[in-house]
Write a protein that binds this ligand. Sequence first.
Ligand SMILES: *[C@@H]1O[C@H](CO)[C@@H](O)[C@H](O)[C@H]1NC(C)=O
Ligand SMILES: *[C@@H]1O[C@H](CO)[C@@H](O)[C@H](O)[C@H]1NC(C)=O
Ligand SMILES: *[C@@H]1O[C@H](CO)[C@@H](O)[C@H](O)[C@H]1NC(C)=O
Length: 255
Amino acid sequence: MDFSKSLTLWIVCLCLLKGSWTAQTISDPPNIDNGVSELCRIDEPHCRDGNTILSFEAIRSIHKQMDDDANGNVDVSETDGFLREDLNYNDPKAKHSSFHGDDQFITVEDLWNTWKSSEVYNWTTDEVAKWLNDYVELPQYQEGFSKMQFNGSVMPRLAVKNTTLTMSILKILDRSHVQKLQLKALDTVLFGAPPMNKHNHLKDFMLVVSIVIGIGGCWFAYIQNRYSKEHMKKMITDLDGLQRAEQSLIDLQKK
Ligand SMILES: *[C@@H]1O[C@H](CO)[C@@H](O)[C@H](O)[C@H]1NC(C)=O
Ligand SMILES: *[C@@H]1O[C@H](CO)[C@@H](O)[C@H](O)[C@H]1NC(C)=O
Ligand SMILES: *[C@@H]1O[C@H](CO)[C@@H](O)[C@H](O)[C@H]1NC(C)=O
């Protein structure tokens, strides 16, 4: 199970890497400017803020990865393909509705607005630390995160390939860790806060329940066994008594 999980992760990562590489090589310098003016059109109050610009660039890059036919909109079939191939969800219908709603198409603006209304966007640095620990399961990079004061708004930047950020700033040298972080950040950006603790609680609960059932079963079997033994003993003594009574009856008849 562990093996198939890591294999899946690898395949997904390769797809993402391919996507972000092409996205970077095709359009770098003219795109930045484009992005800022687009951000100013969509979100005027925040378009001078460096952090917001970086997050917006990341959202644009995610949108580009999803927009297979590059027509500027991500339609339902593209989301389907993205979910199936890139994130390996077997039943993408359930996830669709979370960002398609009634619309057939999503633009960069929709994606940005969806992201901004996500509770993750308002996460504090502590909540991001908890996410890194419980969901990504890479607590060893906590230091870099707290040094950078990364809060929830940084999530889209973690979801796209950026070696400056991962290698130089966060000091993540293991490529598989970089990819794991990228993948989980992408999931969190697109589908909101993951069920972190609930999952573990459910697991613990199931474990306790199965232990209780196991112990209960043994106890029941033991009690049953003891009861039937006692029952047998009683029956045998009863039989003995009956036999003795019969014997005395025969003796009496003989007399
Ligand atoms: C995030 O915080 C801002 C400012 O406090 C608030 O206006 C916004 O509604 C919050 N968003 C969510 C999804 O909680
Ligand atoms: C998150 O961090 C950015 C940059 O450090 C800051 O502008 C923003 O206000 C912070 N958001 C919250 C919810 O604290
Ligand atoms: C990568 O991250 C660094 C640091 O956050 C940032 O300065 C740079 O603009 C990012 N590069 C891209 C292509 O987004």
